[in-house]
Design a binder for this molecule. Structure first.
Ligand code: UDP
Length: 474
């Protein structure tokens, strides 16, 4: 028996958390792991060769926080050191993870963990729906499993509503959709797969199959954001547990908290603080479309002209699209030079720090779910431009339900034009309506902060889940 007493260690719960290797999944799942570890649960966080090196950069900050999170890596069968295989942008990686991977690597890992005796037996495997084969491993090893849902409750509810097992024909969708617990939605408010004829919708509907074996659906959302939807989901006995926003706790507290570090940066984050410090309060438009979305050259050019026409300061996160070496090749001639006093263009930034900065007045976003939660958590209004997967649905909620954003209107060819870009920026930054959006945003910030504080909904759900895990280990 070791000095700490093997018995005491055995009393702790031990979970395996495994995330699809993309930033929008790893970030909230790593934060969730931190929240569990701070409640006394031991976490083994499993990566793939593809993203292991990036994710373990978080180790240092975890050691500072004295959290018991151990990183492990399982083979993904992809060639090593191939920089084109970035899981954030390469659809082939997604396909490989679905079609070619099975649970053997994970199964071997769990056997090894059990044989080593360094940690108590694994009492729950937590995974997200892009890794459906984890379900079979948990079933085979007879370990309870939890699905980590990385999107909103509304999106879960929409997929669940259409899941009828026979395959959905997107050509026969109604123009308006009524689903219990949700406002009436137009077809264009649904996740984009509902509009695609490729049949991809049946993949998204199929991912919910794993729920049948899950003891919990842990969701990165907040009860107060979607009460009717969550009540409706729970009325079907679904063990749906909202624990969001899954972001470092320092961004949800007024005092200095030590947990400041977001998961892993897929690209080196530029230091924008010095630049932001020189700008007046609420004077900067922050623009970012997340880690995956690639927008067309024409769309980039229209946005650039609109941003320039608006006359506002801006911080734009944008990388060269495929086929270009540098973003300057795509931006309109003279843009960088003419806007150098009031604009900063970077590959990647520490988004939560940027959104926390008093100079930032509005966030032009693709409405990825994490970015949406980032903005709501920090009370920053949004200009929404969502086109892909859950982004149109998130955009609908931001603009019409939470009323913290304006939707940027597309032309018939799908592009948001320069004048529309200018109009939206001016409205957000200069008008009374913009002020109202900001005030609404600040109300949501307060609600999200209290949900993450002692006694709040997400805080209590995290406590309850951690307690259940610990009690399973006894
Ligand atoms: N993010 C960041 N810096 C950036 C852009 C994004 O740190 O310059 C983070 C953001 O905080 C969020 C994630 O990257 O955690 C993006 O996730 P989201 O769901 O918004 O979009 P996705 O990248 O999955 O499309």
């Amino acid at each position: 028996m070791d000095m700490n007493g093997g018995r005491k260690r055995n009393m702790k719960g031990h979970v395996v958390v495994i995330s699809y290797p993309a930033t929008g999944h790893t970030n909230p799942m790593l934060q969730f792991s931190k929240n569990l570890a701070s409640r006394g649960v031991i976490v083994t966080f499993v990566n793939f060769n593809l993203n292991h090196r990036k994710v373990i950069q978080a180790r240092e900050s975890l050691q500072r926080l004295k959290l018991d999170i151990r990183f492990e890596c399982i083979p993904d069968g992809l060639p090593e050191d191939d920089s084109t295989l970035d899981s954030n942008i390469n659809p082939a990686v997604f396909k490989h993870m679905q079609d070619n991977m099975d649970g053997s690597g994970l199964e071997r890992l769990i056997h090894r963990l059990h044989a080593s005796g360094d940690t108590p037996p694994v009492c729950c495997i937590i995974y997200n729906s892009f890794l459906p084969w984890v379900r079979d491993v948990a079933n085979k090893l007879n370990i309870p499993q939890a699905l980590f849902w990385t999107q909103s409750a509304a999106v879960f509810s929409i997929y669940q509503h259409f899941q009828n097992g026979e395959g959905l024909d997107c050509g026969r969708m109604p123009q308006n959709v009524i689903i219990p617990g949700l406002p009436e939605l137009k077809l264009t408010d649904l996740p984009s797969a509902f509009m695609e004829t490729s049949g991809s919708i049946n993949y998204y509907l199929g991912q919910l199959e794993v729920v049948k074996d899950a003891s919990w659906v842990i969701a990165n959302t907040v009860y107060e954001l979607e009460p009717e939807t969550i009540n409706s989901l729970r009325s079907t006995s679904l063990p749906f547990l909202p624990i969001g926003p899954s972001i470092p706790t320092s961004f949800l507290q007024d005092q200095n908290a030590e947990d400041t570090q977001v998961g892993a940066n897929p690209w080196k984050a530029a230091d924008c603080m010095g630049w932001l410090n020189k700008k007046p309060p609420l004077s900067v438009v922050y623009i970012s479309f997340g880690s995956i979305l690639v927008i067309s050259d024409e769309q980039i050019q229209e946005l650039a002209v609109g941003i320039q026409q608006s006359g506002q300061n801006f911080l734009w996160v944008i990388r060269a699209p495929p086929g270009h070496d540098h973003i300057a090749e795509v931006l309109p001639a003279g843009f960088m030079e003419e806007t150098k006093e009031r604009g900063l263009v970077v590959d990647w930034c520490a988004q939560l720090e940027v959104l926390s900065h008093p100079s930032v007045g509005v966030f032009m976003s693709h409405c990825g779910w994490n970015s949406t939660l980032d903005a709501l958590s920090l009370g920053v209004p949004m200009l929404t431009l969502g086109v892909w997967t859950d982004q149109p649905t998130n955009s609908k909620f931001v603009t019409d339900v939470w009323k913290t954003g304006l939707r940027m209107r597309r032309r018939d060819d799908g592009i948001v034009g320069r004048d529309e870009t200018e109009r939206c920026i001016r409205m957000a930054m200069e008008s009374e309506e913009g002020k109202q959006l900001r005030n609404n945003g600040l109300k949501w910030r307060e609600l999200l902060k209290s949900s993450a504080s002692e006694g709040g909904s997400s805080h209590s759900n995290l406590n309850a889940f951690a307690q259940e895990i610990i009690s399973k280990a006894k």
